[in-house]
Ligand binder design. Structure first.
Ligand SMILES: Cc1cc2nc3c(=O)[nH]c(=O)nc-3n(C[C@H](O)[C@H](O)[C@H](O)COP(=O)(O)O)c2cc1C
Length: 191
């Protein structure tokens, strides 16, 4: 078991590698052109009024371009969109994201088509938090895609899909006839 004090980052990192997270791409306009970054920190915060947050590293380019009132589009990626997660986890390059299909969503925010769900939000506050800022946003619209699709997950430094668990079957109690009980371990499918 890894243990450590508050100043030792390793146990902290090791613990959070064990938290499976859905993968999103957060997008906004940077000098009028699409910009975005891959984020697992997107979290719902409040229902009334609806608010979401994400965290952005202070050293990231995105940090420079996010301020109060910036319109933000959030795409929750499907497992088929793994290449987009890699793309937005890297640097934009001189051509920006001209090679990526991007659509305008509610309120003119930028979304990646084919995502599981999309959010349209506006930055309400940036709260400094160490080497990141917590970006709290007012939610303006949310939409989900019609067809079912599996989410892209990030867990233990790798991408995964999900496999549903079988419906739990009760233990046979003493005196009841033998029934076969199917048991399967939780499965994570490495992609
Ligand atoms: C699965 C995954 C999740 C990530 N989550 C975050 C996040 O929540 N916040 C963040 O600032 N960076 C996160 N990153 C890193 C950024 O996507 C990456 O640093 C990106 O290049 C930043 O782009 P920018 O410099 O153009 O802003 C994540 C990367 C990956 C691969």
């Amino acid at each position: 078991m890894q243990q450590g004090g508050a100043t030792d980052p390793e146990p902290f990192k090791a613990a959070f590698r064990r938290l499976a997270s859905g993968v999103c791409v957060v997008m906004f306009r940077r000098h009028g052109r699409p910009h975005g970054f891959t984020a697992t920190s997107v979290t719902s915060v409040s229902m009334a009024p609806p608010k979401v947050l994400f965290c952005v590293g202070t050293g990231n380019d995105s940090h420079t371009h996010l301020s109060v009132n910036t319109p933000v589009g959030i795409s929750m990626l499907s497992v088929a969109q793994r290449p987009l997660s890699d793309r937005f986890a890297g640097k934009a390059g001189a051509a920006g994201y001209d090679d990526v299909a991007i659509v305008e969503g509610c309120g003119g925010v930028l979304w990646l088509p084919g995502a599981l769900a999309h959010l349209s939000a506006r930055v309400a506050a940036l709260v400094p938090a160490g080497d990141h800022s917590i970006v709290v946003c007012d939610l303006e619209a949310a939409s989900v895609r019609e067809e079912e699709a599996a989410p892209l997950l990030h867990f233990s430094r790798a991408y995964h899909g999900i496999a549903p668990l079988p419906v739990p079957i009760a233990e046979p109690s003493a005196g009841t006839p033998d029934v076969s009980v199917e048991r399967r371990e939780p499965t994570l499918v490495r992609r």
